[in-house]
Ligand binder design. Structure first.
Ligand SMILES: NC(=O)c1ccc[n+]([C@@H]2O[C@H](COP(=O)([O-])OP(=O)(O)OC[C@H]3O[C@@H](n4cnc5c(N)ncnc54)[C@H](OP(=O)(O)O)[C@@H]3O)[C@@H](O)[C@H]2O)c1
Length: 264
């Protein structure tokens, strides 16, 4: 048993007080990886975050104080592990530059998984609507590759908790019961994956040689639905037909121009 544990890579996770990062830490511990978390000082004095840190510590994680802005804390943490997974938010993606420098300098990391966990930034283009994070995620990829850092990119499409609970209705927290807006013709398929499954999948890749220096697409066949299909499932569930308002693509683009986005 102990032997098996020793063979598992030691994983450092950055962002464990966040949504995906917490699941990553739990799945890493569950899978038997010695698990480390790099946490900013400020998190310890925020009650719900300190509770998360206590839960993870009780489960066996080793919490290290540090930050993406502090090179020495990064190097110190990196030197204790084999794999680094970063799960900072989309807005903070460029803050990984110092981390890349630390990984390069340390020279001991077998695998780096940068904060992506969405659509493939090298493939997605939304006309005039980059929100600065697809290009930033792509920029981080190029830095990793230029430094020759072993990596895996996780392209997992949409987290279920962002769009599904409202049936893709902006501003709602639960699915509508009378009227539903359908964007475009409603036939475009999307992939919805639970954060906890994204985390389990990510952890399962770290010691798998087939996943080295690859982009991995998480696309379970049973999780692929168009808006029209989702509406039909909901209608069948509540036993009622909804009024459907089709919003043409041009109008959608116009209405979201200049707004911040949940699409990552
Ligand atoms: N596919 C989708 O639908 C979808 C949806 C949402 C997000 N995502 C992606 O998932 C990834 C994670 O996003 P998330 O929403 O889970 O993030 P989040 O909940 O906002 O959590 C961000 C984490 O990063 C930590 N952090 C921020 N700056 C840091 C720094 N300088 N040093 C150390 N730690 C720092 C935060 O710690 P503190 O507690 O100290 O603030 C927090 O734990 C991102 O790549 C995002 O694009 C995808």
């Amino acid at each position: 048993m102990e032997m098996e544990k020793e063979q598992k890579s030691r994983i450092l996770i950055i962002g464990v007080t966040g949504n995906l990062g917490f699941h990553l830490a739990n799945k890493s511990i569950e899978a038997g990886h010695p698990t480390y978390a790099l946490v900013r000082d400020s998190a310890f004095s925020i009650p719900h975050k300190s509770q998360i840190l206590q839960t993870l510590t009780n489960a066996g994680a080793k919490v290290l104080k540090g930050s993406l802005e502090d090179l020495s804390s990064l190097i110190e943490a990196i030197q204790q592990v084999d794999v680094v997974i970063c799960a900072v938010s989309a807005k903070q993606v460029l803050n990984q530059k110092l981390l890349i420098k630390a990984i390069k300098q340390s020279g001991c990391i077998k695998r780096f998984i940068p904060s992506e966990f969405g659509l493939d930034p090298d493939k997605v283009q939304i006309k005039d609507l980059d929100y600065d994070f697809y290009s930033r995620k792509a920029e981080i990829r190029r830095l990793i590759e230029a430094d020759g850092i072993p990596h895996t990119y996780i392209s997992c499409n949409f987290f279920t908790s962002y769009l599904l609970p409202s049936l893709v209705q902006p501003g709602l927290k639960s699915p509508p019961r009378d009227k539903v807006s359908i964007f475009g013709d409603g036939n475009t398929k999307a992939v919805f994956v639970k954060e906890i499954d994204v985390a389990a999948f990510t952890i399962s890749t770290v010691d798998d040689p087939r996943t080295l220096n690859k982009v991995l697409y998480l696309r379970p066949p049973g999780n692929v639905y168009s808006m029209n299909e989702l509406v039909e499932i909901w209608e069948n569930k509540i036993g009622k037909k909804l009024e459907k308002v089709y919003v043409p693509e041009k109008q959608v683009l116009k209405s979201i121009q200049g707004k911040s986005s949940y699409i990552t």
